[in-house]
Ligand binder design. Structure first.
Ligand SMILES: Cc1ncc(C[n+]2csc(CCOP(=O)(O)OP(=O)(O)O)c2C)c(N)n1
Ligand SMILES: [Mg+2]
Length: 597
């Protein structure tokens, strides 16, 4: 039973025609046939999916070949986790589920972190994994790569499906697509056992079994009374604030969101991946006065933003509460796709449930022309703080210490992004993340892709590949040296597909800092430090890309300008003062030991 021959390569399967339902060679009498391989490919194509991110092997090797032959773009990675991250961020950028394709057990598990991360971040993604023989797996008889994948995937995603018969592939893929993109988007698992792929079906019956999903993410119109309740609350506010989250960016309702902010005149804060929804230089941005506006606001409207740890759960000192869990007294309006989101952490006085686009347009309609701008003393107080902080930051950025620190390096990145507002920015690390987020202004929606809700390291190269493939724009990846290590081998992928990705490693020789020592005086280094003076740029050179070591802002600037102009895969090893960072960047206080102190 247990087979180690590749069932994905039946001798009878001839080359695939470039388009349409694939055919198995047939003589004049027998009907035209198709099989599981082709039905999967045809179902994806029928639903407008044009790219697969994956890694081949038993039983899906031939699926990758046939998909490429059928005109799908197949981007092959060096590790499934990176393919998964790529798929998930492609989903965020396009509102279509990103597809990640992996082999059984170990490949599946490698893809699972990205699937769980997609679900947490509400990125629509489908992890399609080949799996071993059901009969053998269920009797635990020790099949090649035996694992009950469906059961393992289930708690980590929105939905999980398995298809056993080729006739059901159309339904399986339709259900996976709907589950991924409707309502709150997320990760979906689709289990395709090896035996499914070579199953032969009459082509006509196969064609009829496929489903082109109609309206996969139906609009959800908010109730009028909920909209009115929210507007009443907003109208009575003395110190209103709008918080834009990643959900607002995902919605692609950019013009309406901007109109809502501008017509109400309410100051706003963008969450990390909502930066650029309005340009960060917008006069209503309160980002540079965050620590003032959160505790001072009286009514806060959350748009596609959740009150999780990133917003200190909507309570505690950040929000003006006396103790770490005390309510600050704000009233909250929450615009969200999920009716279950409200009251997750503090009372929501006015939930508005629906898709962000429909909700924002209903709010706009309710506002009408004569909306009174917020009180001048509120706007004035914010402007004063903002101007002060911006001036202070400008002073810091203008310094030119040797060696470079995060500020002097990121001052260059800030200029480059300003000059190239269409470029995609990928960002991960601790200090490398926090400083980039606060220093580098974004000018357009959905250009900033980062570690998201979990603060997960390892998204860097997967996101970069997908950002380049999906957008066609140059990609700038600002990476901590530790963060880069999680997916560094994908520089080969970047070179192989010749993608316009410029990786900048803010290299401080370690996790948070590079100057820690082993307290015992023993020979092992501290768990937080790496090889000093590592030559990361040589990794890119190994695969034919451009590698540059930059020790000054001028060198960094030249290297980045060249990378953007040439669109060649480039890695800049930007050498940063190893003592420049702080423990965990901006979230030092989340360390248990730091809390004890
Ligand atoms: C998957 C995963 N593993 C570990 C961590 C813990 N962690 C948070 S930031 C970080 C690396 C920080 O170092 P670096 O990327 O070099 O940034 P720096 O602060 O030095 O600029 C690590 C390991 C994580 N967030 N995610
Ligand atoms: Mg570092």
């Amino acid at each position: 039973m247990a087979s180690v021959t590749d069932p994905a390569a039946p001798a009878a399967a001839p080359a695939t025609p470039p388009s349409g339902v694939g055919q198995i060679a047939a003589d004049a009498q027998s009907p035209e046939m198709t099989d599981g391989f082709h039905l999967v490919i045809d179902a994806l194509k029928l639903n407008g999916i044009d790219t697969i991110f994956g890694l081949p092997g038993i039983p899906i090797t031939d699926l990758t070949r046939k998909a490429q032959a059928a005109g799908l773009r197949v981007i092959s990675f060096r590790h499934e986790q990176n393919a998964g991250y790529a798929a998930s961020i492609a989903g965020f950028m396009t509102q279509k589920p990103g597809i990640c394709l992996t082999v059984s057990a170990p490949g599946f598990l490698n893809g699972l972190t990205a699937l769980a991360n997609a679900t947490t971040n509400c990125f629509p993604m489908i992890l399609i994994s080949g799996s071993s023989e059901r009969e053998v797996v269920d009797l635990q008889q020790g099949d090649y790569e035996e694992m009950d994948q469906l059961a393992i995937a289930k708690p980590l995603c929105k939905a999980a499906f398995r298809v056993l018969h080729a006739e059901d592939i159309g339904v399986g893929i339709a259900r996976a697509i709907r589950a991924a993109v409707s309502g709150r988007p997320g990760g979906v698992y689709l289990d395709l056992p090896a035996k499914l792929f070579p199953q032969a079906v009459e082509a006509e019956a196969g064609r009829k079994s496929l489903i082109k999903v109609v309206d996969p993410a139906p609009r959800q119109i908010p109730a009028q009374d909920a909209v009115q309740r929210a507007l009443e609350l907003l109208k009575g506010a003395k110190r209103p604030l709008i918080l834009l989250g990643k959900g607002a960016a995902y919605a692609q309702a950019d013009a309406d969101i901007r109109a809502l902010v501008e017509r109400t005149g309410i100051p706003y804060l963008p969450m990390s991946m909502a930066k650029g929804l309005l340009p960060d230089t917008h006069e209503q941005s309160a980002a540079a006065a965050r620590s003032y506006v959160l505790p001072a606001a009286d009514v806060v409207m959350l748009i596609g933003a959740r009150l999780n740890w990133l917003l200190s759960h909507g309570k505690g000192k950040t929000w003006g509460g006396k103790g770490s869990k005390d309510w600050g007294g704000q009233k909250f309006i929450q615009v969200d796709i999920s009716p279950q989101e409200a009251d997750s952490n503090v009372r929501i006085d006015a939930p508005v449930v629906g898709d962000i686009g429909s909700c924002v347009s209903a709010l706009l309609a309710g506002i009408g022309p004569g909306w009174a701008k917020p009180p001048a003393d509120w706007l004035g107080a914010i402007a004063e703080r903002r101007n002060k902080n911006v001036a202070k930051m400008a002073e810091t950025l203008a310094r030119n210490p040797s060696p470079m620190n995060f500020h002097s390096a990121l001052n260059v990145v800030r200029d480059i992004v300003k000059a190239n507002p269409d470029a995609m920015l990928v960002n991960e690390g601790a200090n490398a993340l926090d400083f980039t987020r606060s220093i580098v202004d974004m000018y357009k929606p959905r250009k900033r892709l980062d570690v998201g809700t979990w603060g997960v390291m390892g998204i860097g190269m997967g996101f970069s590949v997908a950002a380049a493939v999906v957008s066609g724009q140059p990609v700038i990846a600002i990476e901590g040296d530790s963060a880069f290590g999680f997916s560094g081998m994908e520089v080969e992928t970047i070179c192989r597909y010749n993608l316009p990705v410029c990786v900048v490693i803010l290299n401080n020789n370690g996790v948070y800092r590079g100057d820690e020592v082993n307290p015992t005086g023993g020979r092992d280094p501290s768990p937080l430090v790496f090889v000093k003076g590592a030559r990361y740029e040589m990794l890119m050179e190994a695969f034919g890309g451009v590698g540059v070591k930059a020790t000054t802002p001028a060198e960094l600037r030249r290297a980045m300008e060249d990378a953007i102009a040439s669109r060649r895969p480039t890695l800049v090893n930007a050498v940063i003062d190893e003592g420049a960072g702080t423990e965990s960047g901006r979230i030092t206080a989340l360390n248990p030991s730091a809390k004890k102190k």
